[in-house]
Design a protein around this ligand. Sequence first.
Ligand code: GLP
Length: 274
Amino acid sequence: MPGAQRKNMIQFESKPPPLDSVHSCSKKVIPIRVLILRDYQSLSERAAHVVAETVRANPWAVLGLATGSTPLGLYRELVRMAQEGRVDFSRVTTFNLDEYYPIKKENPQSYYYYMRQNFWEPAGIAPGSYHIPNGDPADVAAECRRYERKIKDAGGIDLQILGIGVNGHIGFNEPAEKLQAETHLVQLSEDTIIANSRFFEKAEDVPRHALTMGMGTIMKARRILLLASGESKAEAIRDTVKGSVTTMVPASLLQLHPRVTVMVDREAAKYLLG
Ligand code: GLP
């Protein structure tokens, strides 16, 4: 790979952090484009810029959306832009990655509730244009098939937003010897239950299962933007970007995708430099 091209693999949006070792980074072949941002706010603004540009270029864009604490800043920025009339989400279609199981959508801990509150409604997504797996279906397998079909019928996902779990999961595709391609029911790992218990009163309240898009569903997105903030994600980001492609770090499969951008703040980039 020519040097100039390699240098572009890691780019700084702002002044590089003091431990700047971009030179040693540029010697490594890192196939995923990584943008290192100064802090969480810059990360959120930069991600919002990418989403807004996608929607301006194609007002009917199909967006894949994520939950968790990481995309909250992105949603806040997008809502602000929508309310200021700088971007119009009224014609987009959205598909969320995952939902707990079992959970009713009225439950404030559901991802449905989170999305309605933080993005769909304030951003002006048309009712009927946002989709998320039903966390309380009569027939789980039928719900998974229905969700997969809906995505296909919408023409697939143009831009998929991802967060990442501390163990390298994306959506709720947990590390395992085998990963599933399509939307499916998954048992959450102990790491994930512990990490997500901060959103619940008690760890016992965290659902033990979820419905999630599969790795194939995610990999079919035409463009992928993975966001990570904070030191707790640094190892997962290192393994995703620089590690072997392995089902034990589901996000590492993104190395096989032709159009992925990883946006991280300095803390999450800790092990990428040097
Ligand atoms: C959950 C979600 C993931 C998300 C992850 C990280 O497990 N299913 O989609 O990426 O949490 O969450 P956070 O951004 O809060 O660290």
